[in-house]
Design a protein around this ligand. Sequence first.
Ligand SMILES: [Zn+2]
Length: 347
Amino acid sequence: MTDLSQFKPVEQLVHKKTEVHKPRFPVIDAHNHLAQPFGGGWDRKPLSELLDAMDQANITHFVSLDGGWGEDKFNDQIENIKNKAPDKFSIFAGIDWTQWEKMGEAFVPWAITSLKRQAANGASGLKIWKDLGLHIRDENGVRVDLDDERISDIWDTAAELRLPVLIHTADPVAFFTPIDERNERIEELGAYPEWAFSPPQFPSFSHLIDRFTRLISLHPNTTFIGAHVGCYAENLQMVSQMLDQFPNYFIDISARIGELGRQPYTARKFFIQHSDRILFGLDMGPKVDGYRLYYRFLETDDEYFNYSTREVPTQGRWYIHGIYLPDDVLQKVYSTNARRILKLERN
Ligand SMILES: [Zn+2]
């Protein structure tokens, strides 16, 4: 063997392996997608297949974040999915930030009108993708930060419309550090070089998180959801401080059991301490084997298992441990918190 990428060690530990086919309580998936690329194209499959997959994993309600901004894609998901099974789906709207460069000062009023139209059409929230802060530029070609005051009316409009705002900013910390033998995500960045955001072409990780923190502090009437454990699963102490500081702030756990499960003692305390503010999410389409991994992580005290559905875990070559959450915490994370934020009737 000459190459570490070929390394596939056979585990010799003898220990308990629990198969969790169904969650202990029904689940609301508050961070997922249906369209390509993240949702696997389920928006093009028959609705019955989608409902079937959800049933198999006991997902009673599914949030699709890739509604787009009011053209075809958004209307598609509202018309073909939500309107046919309204109590099963919430679709989040978006903002087409790329128009800013062309529209200049007219952009923000236009974006607000678009957001109001999407709310009237049935959008349940607003999704902000990571391009705001990393790529989006104003009419002068200057990069726009999340807390830029020119866009503050957008967050206040979301509050007036009672739409929660789910934000993904930055990315794993290692995506912002040099790609060398010291980078813990080096294999993943090798597979997806476009995910590397090394300075100076991009703002630093801490710059993005600081802007995000300031944004939340400036808009106490807007409900914010920090995607992927507040975009900083590597530092639960920091996320914990933000949750303590801002009552309008929530987080989802999507795509981050790889991080949570390699710090199981801290993660378990974090879930128990902030049980009212954590939402369940998968972020890889309605994938039944993916859901089962999450249930195993949250419900069991199994040790040292693969957090990915692939043979070699995708985010890095480490394994995770379950955090055996108490029933009352599980119920809040699985559905109570999401029900409150999405304003869903109990069904
Ligand atoms: Zn996502």
